[in-house]
Design a protein around this ligand. Structure first.
Ligand code: ATP
Ligand code: MG
Length: 371
């Protein structure tokens, strides 16, 4: 139970309050408010240029906000220099000193803090063991693989037992297998050390697998924050719906809204949907976009089924565990369905017309508008 004891002492809470950052006329971050609990693992997710690094650097102290405050464990650190915030950092590129041994690299932050040599080396060795590199201390960074170098960077970030670990795309330089291995490694470290982690990524599946909560940024603004499941199952807006996972968007018009919602779309008869389907506040007569995940769509048992669309199959792609069916609706728009790889397609082939069933509870409705 060492892990849970550590959790209660070492992770700091972070409050990002009204953070804004201007570079001349460029607004990099615009009024971002996030509360991160002690020991939480938060991912900052967003497309390139959305402000992720700027938020992280403001927490670290490398950037000074144009407006807003940063609080760590309730203390306002907005004016506190980087080296006095006691936060660990890991960057995208391995930033090891090439002329220093692995052990000296890891011990470096301790040297900067004036800790004696014997203790430095004992603590560096312990940190290396934590990232599963015990015995590698005498090597030079050039004698390590990319994944091992990034582990050394991680050891160096945790060696002085920071209250928070800030990571900016630390795995993006690694290949897929190594990246997945390191994702698990970082998660293990997080639960073992109990420290608060803020992890920047533009890879949505990485954010969903690793984090307790995900904050979605776009154009410097926070668009949604919540647990992975919530973001995936009920995106709060069109941007998140399109950015996280795969999503089909079909145009529709709302016919009525009473005990249920009735919508009509590009093809087939009107659909009845539960009231909860409407994410945005849509009114009868209004057009919108109906969203449904490809894996929620199934081949209809018979053509008389409710909530189906008729679509012409353009392609069937075998993707191991799943089959991807790409089809075209009468209005020309595309719809994708993912069905289990072992599914019986009942002889369907490219060029055939299929009835695709969209279960009402899997449908979300958004107003049309900018994403
Ligand atoms: N020093 C700077 N001077 C001017 N503009 C900047 C500066 N740093 C960042 N920006 C701008 O601020 C915005 C946010 O940049 P930021 O680096 O935070 O994005 P990001 O989400 O980390 O992107 P990426 O995924 O590409 O790393 C971008 O439009 C960027 O061009
Ligand atoms: Mg960045």
């Amino acid at each position: 139970m060492r892990g849970s004891e550590a959790r209660s002492v070492s992770g700091a809470s972070i409050r990002i309050a009204g953070l804004a950052k201007q570079y001349g006329s460029v607004t990099a971050v615009d009024d971002v408010n996030i509360e991160i609990a002690s020991g939480e693992f938060l991912a900052l997710l967003g497309p390139s240029g959305s402000g992720k690094t700027t938020v992280l650097m403001s927490v670290a102290g490398f950037e000074y906000p144009s407006r807003g405050r940063i609080l760590v464990d309730g203390d306002d650190v907005t004016n506190t220099p980087v080296n006095r915030r006691n936060l660990g950092m890991v960057f995208q590129k391995y930033t090891l000193f090439p002329h220093m041994s692995v052990a000296d690299n890891v011990a470096f932050p301790l040297k900067m803090r004036g800790i004696a040599k014997a203790e430095r080396h004992a603590r560096a060795e312990a940190a290396l063991a934590t990232v599963r590199l015990a015995g590698y201390g005498a090597r030079m960074p050039s004698q390590l693989s990319g994944g091992q170098q990034q582990r050394v960077a991680l050891a160096r970030a945790i060696v002085y037992q920071p209250r928070v670990l800030l990571m900016d795309e630390p795995l993006s330089a690694l290949d897929k297998n190594l990246r997945e291995e390191m994702q698990l490694e970082i998660k293990r470290l997080h639960s073992e050390l109990g420290i608060t982690v803020v992890f920047v990524t533009h890879d949505q599946s990485e954010a969903l697998t690793m984090a307790d909560r995900v904050a979605v940024l776009k154009d410097g603004r926070l668009r949604q924050i919540g647990p992975a499941k919530e973001l995936y199952e009920r995106p709060a807006n069109l941007f998140t719906a399109g950015f996280i996972g795969e999503m089909n968007f079909l145009p529709f018009r709302m016919v009525s809204r009473a005990d249920t919602i009735v919508v009509e779309g590009a093809s087939g008869p009107a659909w009845q949907l539960p009231l909860e389907a409407a994410v945005d506040d849509l009114q009868p007569g209004q057009p919108g976009l109906l969203a449904i995940r490809p894996e929620r769509i199934a081949l209809a048992a018979s053509s008389g089924d409710e909530n189906t669309v008729r679509a012409e199959i353009k392609d069937i792609v075998y993707a191991g565990a799943a089959l991807l069916i790409i089809a075209r609706l009468p209005d020309g728009s595309e719809i994708r369905a993912r069905v289990p790889g072992a599914s019986d397609l009942r002889g369907l082939k490219v060029g055939d017309v299929a009835d695709l069933h969209c279960p009402p509870e899997a449908v979300l409705l958004y107003a049309e508008g900018p994403r």
